[in-house]
Write a protein that binds this ligand. Structure first.
Ligand SMILES: CC(C)(COP(=O)(O)OP(=O)(O)OC[C@H]1O[C@@H](n2cnc3c(N)ncnc32)[C@H](O)[C@@H]1OP(=O)(O)O)[C@@H](O)C(=O)NCCC(=O)NCCS
Length: 488
């Protein structure tokens, strides 16, 4: 057993005995390596040591995580995490605590934390390209999977590995080429990912007869392949639907976001590439209960491979109340500009918002099932806009809406969260750089979401999580359940 594994177990047992976490940045040294660790309750460590490959690191972490879960189940297994009410059952299961998701947690008042780090902390601490100011999504993936901040070398190795795995089979290219341009890019995306299932090493090995302990190994390989192949898939869809169908080659010396920008034809604009780095980082994960995350987890729990699980998630992301909202926002704002002019005053914008609500429609980009504050992902994009495009007219309208919509939604008296979410901003930034095809926006969201949901899928199989099977009741049984009780 390696020193690290020994250390990990020791650290976990130590904190367990002391009933308090190890202090932040505590340094433990050995002949071989020096580590600086944070609070063990967070599983977050900053370390600078002999560079490890991601897979090696996961392998080292698995025994520690298994032991941790064994401990949590032993100590707390029968305890209740909360009650389930009839309202929750009819209300989209809102608030029911029934999933384990380690990459991120969403607090209604604080927003998202990726393994204990806020978006601002990720922007500050994750590795960047030289002279860049936005984090590389490769680093975020590493953080989501391991709970650790990678070194620049580790991130570069991941960029190189993803570029090396990026080729897609010719039959998938042909399949995409045969899709009519009128088929929504998200449907094309889902079809292509399902077809890539042909490459699944998990599915092949499972057919041969796979030991449970090895599931994660092949889910890891599939997840890495799938993430790597996404630029070639989505680049082809973009080029076919909106351009001449020719997709430039991936540059194996460049990072993932550069290559995504390249297949779309925007790599020469360094600020756009920076935007993609930020975009791919912040859209990646939003705890486990949202439609795309939970779908991946659910479908994966049937031991469907990562391609099948992720294509199912894409179909959920394509819904207007989930990922499609970013296309809806830009469409709504452009329609507003066409109706009330380029630089409308506040009163006219307010009337437009009121009319949308009177028509029984939602204001896209506002509201959230969990958050009760402005989405920190909105704030991060606003910060980017203030730095790079402060005078862009569409950004000014987005800012104007920020001062008007929450007030109008609050007046409705039923909206749980009147504040903007991630989708209220993203399309405007893409418009500014010339990526104006609104139907394509959710595809970029999908590329990013792959990082979060596949990171968790690897762990679901490494930790042996079972097939999901919550209990459902019929309305008549619910009535009987309580009416019988009341009649007693
Ligand atoms: C995100 C969303 C689906 C959350 O749904 P939710 O958890 O059920 O939200 P709420 O509890 O606030 O819903 C209560 C009521 O307010 C309404 N509401 C919520 N957000 C609203 C909005 N942006 N505009 C108008 N009405 C809204 C709901 O439609 C619901 O109305 P109903 O009772 O007549 O059915 C919802 O806010 C929404 O539809 N937003 C617009 C779409 C969007 O931006 N989606 C991206 C989310 S990241």
């Amino acid at each position: 057993m390696s020193f690290l594994r020994t250390y990990s177990r020791a650290a976990f047992s130590l904190s367990k005995i002391a009933k308090k976490p190890l202090s932040s940045h505590q340094v433990i040294s050995s002949k071989q390596q020096v580590f600086s660790v944070t609070n063990t309750t967070s599983n977050l460590r900053f370390y600078a040591a002999r560079p490890k490959k991601l897979k090696e690191r996961i392998e080292e972490l698995i025994p520690e995580r298994l032991e941790e879960i064994k401990y949590v189940k032993k100590e707390h297994g029968p305890k209740s995490m909360g009650t389930t009410t009839v309202d929750m059952a009819y209300g989209g299961m809102r608030g029911i605590k029934g999933l384990v998701w380690d990459g991120s947690v969403l607090d209604p008042k604080e927003g998202i934390k990726f393994r204990e780090l806020t978006i601002e902390e990720c922007r500050e601490k994750l590795p960047k390209v030289e002279n860049g100011s936005e984090p590389l999504p490769e680093g975020l993936f590493w953080l989501l999977v391991t709970g650790e901040i990678p070194t620049k070398e580790q991130v570069s190795a991941l960029s190189a590995e993803w570029a090396a795995r990026s080729a897609i089979p010719s039959f998938v290219e042909e399949l995409i080429d045969r899709c009519p341009n009128t088929l929504h890019p998200m449907s094309q995306f889902s079809i292509a990912v399902t077809a890539l299932q042909h490459e699944s090493s998990f599915a092949k090995e499972y057919q041969k007869g796979l030991d449970k302990k090895d599931y994660w190994n092949y889910v890891y390989e599939d997840s890495m392949d799938l993430i790597s192949k996404l630029p070639n898939v989505v680049g082809r869809i973009y080029r076919n639907v909106y351009k001449d169908g020719k997709v430039p080659a991936i540059d194996t010396g460049k990072d993932y976001s550069y290559n995504l920008a390249k297949v779309l034809g925007f790599e020469s604009n360094e600020n756009f590439v920076e935007l993609l780095r930020l975009y791919l980082t912040i859209h990646s994960d939003h705890e486990g209960g949202n439609v795309s995350a939970h779908t991946t987890k659910l479908v994966g729990s049937a031991l469907s491979d990562p391609y099948l699980a992720f294509s199912a998630a894409l179909n959920g992301l394509a819904g207007p109340l989930h990922g499609l909202a970013n296309q809806e926002v830009v469409r709504w704002i452009i329609k507003m500009k066409d109706t009330i002019g380029e630089s409308p005053d506040d009163k006219t914008v307010r009337e437009y918002v009121q009319n949308t609500l009177k028509e029984g429609k939602v204001i896209p980009g506002y509201g959230h099932a969990v958050l009760r504050i402005t989405d920190p992902r909105y704030d991060a994009q606003r910060d980017f806009a203030l730095k790079h495009l402060p005078d862009y007219p569409l950004f000014k309208i987005v800012s104007q809406l920020f001062t008007i919509v929450p007030d109008e939604l609050q007046k409705q008296g039923k909206v749980s969260n009147p504040w903007p979410n991630v989708d209220a901003h993203s399309g405007t930034l893409l418009q500014y750089y010339g990526l104006v095809e609104q139907n394509y926006y959710t595809v970029l969201f999908g590329v990013s979401r792959a990082l979060g949901v596949l990171a968790q899928l690897i762990w679901d199989r490494a930790l042996g999580f079972p097939i999901e099977r919550p209990k459902s009741y019929s309305t008549s049984l619910i009535k009987k359940m309580f009416e019988n009780e009341e009649n007693k």
